[in-house]
Design a protein around this ligand. Structure first.
Ligand SMILES: Cc1ncc(COP(=O)(O)O)c(C=O)c1O
Length: 423
């Protein structure tokens, strides 16, 4: 039995009403012809704020009594463009430096480079694959702090921001990162591209992913847990002035047509994409739950197959919190421990991949080359072993199918095939 890594067509076959509603949404835009921004985008922004960014209140509290600050959502043409708009809004550019991790999708470091700032990499925690707060503290402790409080990189740039990335469906150790950022007066942008609907158990009370720091962004690339029918994204800002600035920047700095207050770009979310996302948004909790159920089935199957000493399953750093959405399994990434070493597991990941390919089972490596070793960043002067955990993760991890409509039988087939490859 072949198993795809993704199969977006199952949404159509298993939820015909969703497919019909999607078609109607597209037709509605074709009828009203408000193709650029307009009410579809505005309504989507409000709906996503309400469903995915509103503070999780302690029992008995109402929004009025708790008066939480509500982050504002600004629809953009992609997750990458949302980040670019946020960086421009905060005037990050030449002479500045931003800290982020090298084991992730390219967008973060790419945007820092594009605005002309210096990229400073911080290695990851090998258990979660996300920014290790201790390593962040070490980097910051080694930087020069001027009497004015300005933090200088080795190249003399002003270190202004840290950009942690919530990878694979769960959040970074944000309490630790936020505390360090506060101590060093750094701004924080959460890369929340992969965690729409996830919750984080902060010591200050549970928070929604993307509503922990003062800024964040999401991606609605078609294979994301909320996918558009093309590219789409969302910038999020807690400060209304920053939100207004991002709104300007996504539209070439225009409020009034052809009068440009600032230099921005065309980072606008299409009305057709917003209309489609509006139809799909109400399903996000259900889909996240299905992903989590699939992860539980994998866990059982790997344990039953006796593979847990050979393979590390994804870690669930916030499971003990009791928050249902502590992990939404955007990806299901296992680690074939030691497959990059000379030991008994040498080359095992490649053996497994070859077997999965033969059996027509989908898989992927997220991410095969850490960003500090990418050709385009050679100018940074990094070499192998500079960020050991990121490099090791790139050599040992393997993503398996986890999409919501995946069946138990398919999951068992994936695990049985991995067991065959190992035996
Ligand atoms: C972690 C991460 N950051 C950023 C992005 C960029 O989002 P987009 O593809 O919408 O530009 C993605 C998605 O591909 C991602 O997975």
């Amino acid at each position: 039995m072949s198993v795809p890594l993704f199969d977006l067509s199952r949404q159509r076959t298993q939820s015909p009403s969703l497919h019909e509603a999607t078609k109607e949404a597209v037709l509605r835009v074709l009828d009203h012809q408000e193709f650029i921004l307009g009410k579809e985008v505005l309504i989507f922004e409000k709906e996503v704020e309400k469903r995915c960014l509103e503070a999780i209140l302690p029992q008995g509290e109402t929004p009025e009594s708790a008066s939480p600050r509500m982050p504002q959502a600004i629809g953009t043409s992609s997750g990458t463009d949302a980040l670019l708009a946020l960086l421009i809004a905060k005037n990050i550019g030449a002479g500045d430096a931003v800290i982020t991790t090298p084991y992730t999708f390219f967008a973060t470091a790419g945007c820092i480079h594009r605005v002309g700032a210096e990229i400073i990499f911080c290695d990851i925690d090998p258990a979660t694959y996300m920014m290790d707060p201790e390593k962040l503290r070490l980097i910051l402790g080694n930087l020069k702090r001027e009497t004015s409080g300005v933090l200088r990189s080795a190249h003399g740039n002003h270190v202004k921001m840290v950009m942690p990335i919530h990878l694979f469906g769960t959040c970074c150790d944000m309490d630790a990162i936020m505390a360090i950022a506060k101590e060093y007066h750094l701004m924080v942008i959460e890369d929340a591209a992969q965690v729409l609907g996830a919750d984080y158990p902060s010591i200050h009370g549970p928070k929604k992913a993307g509503a922990i720091a003062e800024m964040s962004y999401f991606s609605f690339y078609p294979t994301k847990n909320l996918g558009a029918a093309g590219d789409a994204g969302l910038a999020v800002a807690l400060d209304p002035e920053v939100a207004d600035q991002v709104r300007l920047i996504r539209n070439h700095g225009m409020e009034e047509r052809y009068y440009h207050k600032v230099v921005g770009g065309n980072f606008r979310l299409d009305a057709i994409q917003a209309a489609i996302l509006r139809v799909r948004l109400p399903y996000i909790d259900q889909w996240n739950e299905q992903r989590r159920n699939n992860a539980a089935i994998y866990k059982n199957a790997f344990a039953k197959a006796g593979l847990l000493s050979r393979i590390h399953l994804p870690s669930e750093p916030w499971a003990a919190s009791g928050l249902k959405n502590h992990h939404i399994y955007h990806q299901y990434v296992i680690r074939i421990v030691g497959s990059a070493d000379q030991g008994p597991q040498a080359g095992l990941r490649e053996t497994i991949m070859a077997h999965l390919k033969k059996k027509q089972i989908g898989y992927a490596i997220y991410y095969p080359v850490p960003l500090h070793l990418q050709e385009c960043f050679a100018y940074l002067g990094h070499k192998k072993k500079d960020f050991i955990e990121s490099e090791r993760a790139a050599l040992e991890t393997l993503a398996l199918p986890i999409f919501p409509e995946l069946s138990e039988k398919e999951i068992n087939t994936v695990v049985a095939s991995i067991a065959e490859a190992i035996s």
